[in-house]
Design a protein around this ligand. Structure first.
Ligand SMILES: CC(C)(COP(=O)(O)OP(=O)(O)OC[C@H]1O[C@@H](n2cnc3c(N)ncnc32)[C@H](O)[C@@H]1OP(=O)(O)O)[C@@H](O)C(=O)NCCC(=O)NCCS
Length: 279
């Protein structure tokens, strides 16, 4: 096992594609991998000089309260079940007591993660739909903002500094950061990715003091987007109040992951629209 390097990118994309990650073919995927290499810990496992699997974690927050988010864990299909995933995870989660990830439904995933002391708390629903099917809720305003402004609001609300991720999402081709306000007061803030196949809301947080407006704040953010073809995507915790609103507007769920964490509440599912890759 060793730290991933830029020269591993083709092997990483090959394994991601072979394990069904369609987004690995998208233009923005190398930037995502490089973001994790730069800001997180990215390991590859290799045998006979060939990469057999890789995994990456991102530390969210600082000090003893920091959360180790497992962003990626993928093993070449021919090596599934042979302990490569366990070896990578043992290294990545060493000395990281606060852990979380979004587990796929692959049969090896949940049992492997559970053995590292994380439990499954709620499904993360992959939604897509027509933004024009959503009426922007009355009384809400949406403004494009600098990623640093959005990150500062999120830091006030959650204590977590996500500046590098907001900057990365907004830097995506057609990406942007935005603030949703009600009666002139910011109630939600987040970033959307670009105009490609994965255009959508990547990460959005609502202030705890405005919890009752969580669904409307997300709807206002989505209605503000102008994706090509009119279709946008986002990942919503099943307990988030916007889930029912999106289903009511005929948005569709294509798949789901399971949020697994060493304790409940590392992410508030009623206030957060997280990115499964960067949370
Ligand atoms: C998920 C994945 C990363 C795990 O890596 P891996 O190398 O296959 O997993 P390992 O061999 O290290 O461990 C799998 C564990 O699951 C257990 N397991 C497998 N099927 C199981 C089942 N049906 N019930 C209970 N346990 C099961 C195995 O016994 C093993 O545990 P053990 O080490 O105690 O014996 C890999 O299979 C993969 O890339 N899958 C496809 C992509 C994917 O879904 N990735 C996860 C993204 S969240």
């Amino acid at each position: 096992m060793r730290a991933a390097e830029d020269r591993d990118l083709p092997s990483i994309i090959t394994i991601a594609t072979a394990t069904g990650q369609e987004e690995a073919q998208a233009d923005g995927y190398p930037a995502y991998v490089r973001h994790l290499m730069r800001h997180g810990r990215f390991l590859v496992a290799s045998a006979a000089n060939e990469v057999t699997g890789y995994g990456a974690t991102l530390r969210i927050g600082t000090g003893p309260a920091a959360i180790s988010m497992l962003a990626d864990l993928f093993v070449r299909p021919s090596a599934h079940g042979s302990g490569v995933g366990r070896a990578l995870l043992t290294e990545l989660w060493r000395d990281q007591p606060r852990r979380m990830t979004f587990s796929s439904l692959h049969p090896n995933a949940l049992p492997l993660y559970a053995s590292f002391g994380v439990d499954a708390w709620w499904p993360l629903l992959y939604f897509s739909g027509q933004v024009r099917s959503l009426a922007s809720p009355a009384g809400f305003a949406v403004d494009v903002a600098a990623p640093a402004e959005v990150a500062a609001l999120e830091r006030d609300w959650t204590g977590l500094d996500r500046t590098p991720e907001h900057e990365a999402w907004a830097a995506d081709d057609g990406g942007l950061s935005m603030i949703v306000s009600r009666a002139g007061k910011p109630v939600g803030a987040g970033s959307a990715s670009g105009q490609g196949a994965t255009c959508g809301l990547m990460h959005f947080v609502v202030a705890r003091s405005d919890k009752e407006h969580a669904a409307d704040a997300v709807l206002a953010a989505l209605a503000f987007l102008d994706p090509p073809g009119g279709t946008a995507e986002l990942c919503v915790p099943a307990p988030h109040p916007v889930t029912r609103a999106l289903l009511g507007a005929r948005w569709r769920i294509s798949e789901f992951d399971l949020h697994m964490a060493s304790e409940a509440g590392l992410i508030d599912p009623a206030l957060t629209v997280p990115s499964p890759g960067l949370a």
